[in-house]
Design a protein around this ligand. Structure first.
Ligand SMILES: Nc1ncnc2c1ncn2[C@@H]1O[C@H](COP(=O)(O)OP(=O)(O)OP(=O)(O)O)[C@@H](O)[C@H]1O
Length: 241
């Protein structure tokens, strides 16, 4: 692994209002499939946004392939893509072509180049008939696929996945996983669901804003056992933090 490759998280802390939601996170991530697991409210989505450079941390920084994701936005959008849990939060344009072209234009492609790359991307996924389709008319699973295509069209080396399969049925989940596994980007997948991270080589367990454990796939069973123990209690205080 060459210097400056992978994801370096250096002393990351973040407050929302007066509350510290992430504290002192440092990670050196170089595997091709990295899972961040944690229960509701542990800070996963906040971490995903910080990793993608969408919000500024109160302390620390994130480097991806040597790019400071906050300071060098142009390089960051060429290096890392993010997929959110809810495609409605990602899709902003009325047609599929506009949605996919937008990111390419942000990378500096001309209108014609962006259109060509959009067609190429749709063809790669067997969806060339979607070019001028209305984004509103797509089903939930189709909207997820559109978000995946829009992000992958930009050729990122890393993809950050913030629970992208929540609420999807099993066939859709399997189909989308296949697209992601074969996309060529390294995956950092954030989830509360151990089965989403099956086969991932590195697992980091986020608990109340800190890394509680960091290791291999065996951590998933440990996490699940702990979640079942916590579910056996009647106290829901942890849900609200
Ligand atoms: N806009 C906000 N205002 C106030 N508190 C917030 C806000 N966004 C997040 N929080 C709090 O920050 C903490 C971390 O939230 P975050 O969404 O990052 O957790 P999460 O692990 O992704 O949760 P979930 O699995 O439920 O989506 C939670 O306690 C949450 O209540």
């Amino acid at each position: 692994m060459q210097a400056g490759s992978g994801i370096q998280v250096q002393g990351l802390s973040h407050d929302i209002g007066t509350r510290r939601v992430l504290r002192g996170i440092s990670l050196d991530l170089v595997q091709s499939h990295i899972g961040i697991i944690g229960r509701n409210g542990s800070g996963k989505s906040t971490l995903a946004r910080l990793l993608a450079g969408l919000i500024e941390p109160c302390e620390g920084r994130v480097l991806i392939e040597g790019v400071d994701v906050l300071k060098d936005r142009r390089a960051a959008i060429a290096t890392v893509g993010i997929l959110f849990q809810n495609p409605e939060h990602q899709i902003i344009f009325p047609t599929v072509a506009e949605e996919i072209s937008f990111g390419l234009r942000q990378l500096g492609r001309s209108k014609a180049e962006a259109r060509e790359e959009t067609v190429r991307t749709l063809t790669r996924f067997g969806k060339e008939q979607w070019l001028d389709a209305s984004t509103e008319a797509l089903s939930q699973g189709q909207k997820h696929l559109l978000c995946i295509m829009a992000v992958l069209a930009m050729g990122p080396r890393w993809l950050i996945l913030d629970e992208p399969f929540a609420g999807l049925d099993i066939p859709t989940r399997i189909q989308l996983s296949r697209h992601l596994d074969g996309c060529g980007a390294r995956l950092l997948h954030i989830s509360h669901e151990p089965r989403d991270l099956a086969g991932y080589g590195r697992i980091c367990w986020l608990d109340k804003g800190s890394i509680r454990a960091d290791g291999g796939p065996a951590l998933l069973a440990e996490f699940e056992a702990e979640m079942i123990r916590e579910g056996g209690r009647d106290d829901l205080a942890d849900i609200a933090g």
